[in-house]
Write a protein that binds this ligand. Structure first.
Ligand code: PEP
Length: 249
């Protein structure tokens, strides 16, 4: 059985003081339920969040990593460094990284392999089409091509551990949400593509999230869809009272 999983993505928001304030407020609102939850934060706030959420069941995630162990890679953070802090998750291939930081399916694939083979950190792999691709009716081809390239060389045991966030780029931070039917159709496509690459047992295990302007007002109808196991939440995860409403959809 797949456990629902709601993750917040803070992007480049919140300094240390604000992160601690969020954690203290969120812990007061949070009670351990059947829904898994995590906050993916900037690197510099990960240690205080791991400390603040210790023993609560609330996970902590990074938003990127490098695929090499160490080396002359100025500005990068390795999987070993994340392991040392004790993070549980790492977002990989977010559309903002693909768009602004030259992230490619090839580097996404290397990062997934590094995380899955050298750590217990669970990758949250983001895929999704942009507005032009959606308007041209290419969303299914784009997303299945991304998945095939990103999963290249992963065993079925490795693939089954992944969390995948389907995030239509046109719905991220725009206030424009995919309709529940559009989100369901694409999350079903993600599962079918994994079945084609591996088998039914593997695709049944993969957690598939929807991301794109999820907020308290639309979380329940999105989470009620059969193929949607969770949400990756940007803006609304910055406010404890909003994020808890989504977690308690
Ligand atoms: C995101 O950052 O992955 C995201 C989906 O953002 P928002 O919820 O703000 O659209």
């Amino acid at each position: 059985m797949r456990i629902p999983f709601i993750a917040g993505n803070w992007k480049m928001y919140k300094n240390k003081k604000e992160a601690i304030e969020f954690a203290e407020a969120f812990k007061k609102l949070y009670y351990d339920t059947d829904v898994k939850t995590a906050i993916c934060a900037p690197f510099t706030q990960l240690d205080v969040l791991v400390e603040a959420f210790k023993g609560t069941g609330i996970g902590v995630g990074a938003q990127n990593c490098h695929f090499e162990d160490e080396g002359a890679f100025t500005g990068e953070v390795s999987v070993g460094m994340l392991k040392e802090i004790g993070v549980d998750y790492c977002v990989i291939g977010h559309s903002e990284r693909r768009q602004y930081f030259a992230e490619t399916d090839e580097t996404v694939n290397l990062k997934l392999k590094k995380l899955l083979r050298d750590s217990e950190i669970i990758p949250i792999l983001c895929v999704g089409e942009n507005l032009d691709q959606r308007e041209a009716g290419q969303e299914k081809d784009i997303v299945s091509a991304q998945l095939k390239a990103d999963f290249e060389g992963l065993t079925k045991e490795e693939a089954a551990k992944l969390v995948i966030a389907y995030e239509p780029i046109w719905a991220i931070g725009t206030g424009k949400t995919a309709t529940p039917d559009q989100a369901e159709e694409m999350c079903a496509l993600v599962r079918k593509t994994i079945e084609e690459m591996y088998d039914e047992e593997t695709c049944d295990k993969v957690i598939i999230q929807y991301g794109g302007s999820v907020k308290p007002e639309n979380a329940t109808e999105i989470m009620n869809m059969d193929e949607i196991d969770g949400a990756l939440v940007g803006g609304a995860s910055l406010v404890p009272e909003k994020f808890i409403e989504i977690v308690n959809f």
